[in-house]
Design a protein around this ligand. Sequence first.
Ligand code: CAA
Length: 286
Amino acid sequence: MTDVRAVGVVGCGLMGAGIAELCARKGLDTLVHEVDARAVEAGRDRIGSSLARAVERGKLAADERDATLKRVAFTTDLADLADRDLAIEAVPEDEELKLRVFAVLDRTMVRPDALLASNTSSIPIMKLAAATSRPGQVVGLHFFNPVPVLDLVELVPSLVTADEAWERIHAFAAETLGRHVIVSQDRAGFVVNSLLIPYIVAAVRMFESGFAAAHDIDDGMVRGCAHPMGPLRLADHIGLDTTLAVAESLYAEFREPHLAPPALLQRMVQAGHLGRKTGIGFYRYP
Ligand code: CAA
């Protein structure tokens, strides 16, 4: 176990809610930041329904659910994260926004040994670290959706992450959270998205060109390769906005034509067809 007991989670969307739920389930004092009261309520509902599902599935006892909920508090003021041992940023995949959050966390968090982590899928950790006055304490801590179910985290040091901070965050991820840790260098997409997003982009292009229907593309990978979901349903599950943002980061870093986001993906995001979270993507969700 590590010395990290009080955690701040910035953002309570798909990923932030899962991260907050996991931290609270592991007994940590968890303070979640969202932008306004409505977003707080939506985040609280996300955590509540995931915990309810865990109870229904026999993964969690009802009294553990209640204890977990008691360990999660919400705020709309980032200044309330002042006393945290660790802040995990999980706001949308927008570089300007993340840079602003890191700059504010840097001013806010008072503990000199506080750790600042980002759940970014693709933005260089070095850029986020450079937005702070303590770049040695900034790391990438990347979870997978659904966070309570998938037991992997990618840990990403920047060029200047301090050894002591690295050891503490590694122990936090592996021991306190009990996650399987893989380590990636600070390259766009890290290990998993560098492999996954080009595959999803290829599937979108296949669908866009009329090569095959969405359900046939997905059935091909589910039934032919035993994946739990096909690539288009998985894109809907991740969120088409996040999928597009990661594809853009990969393309910006590596400039390989096959990484260029397909026009259809861009149009769907512009239309607000973001996948499961908005009820429509490659499929419809009631
Ligand atoms: N807490 C704990 N366990 C839970 C839970 C919760 N809140 N909700 C569900 N579970 C458990 C269930 O009990 C079940 O466990 P068993 O297999 O032991 O019975 C398991 O999780 C699966 O749950 P369901 O039966 O409800 O759902 P499913 O079988 O239809 O699977 C899925 C749903 C887990 C999403 C599965 O389809 C899957 O793994 N899909 C792939 C997801 C994936 O690839 N995610 C990574 C995306 S990339 C990413 O996130 C990073 C990025 O940067 C873009």
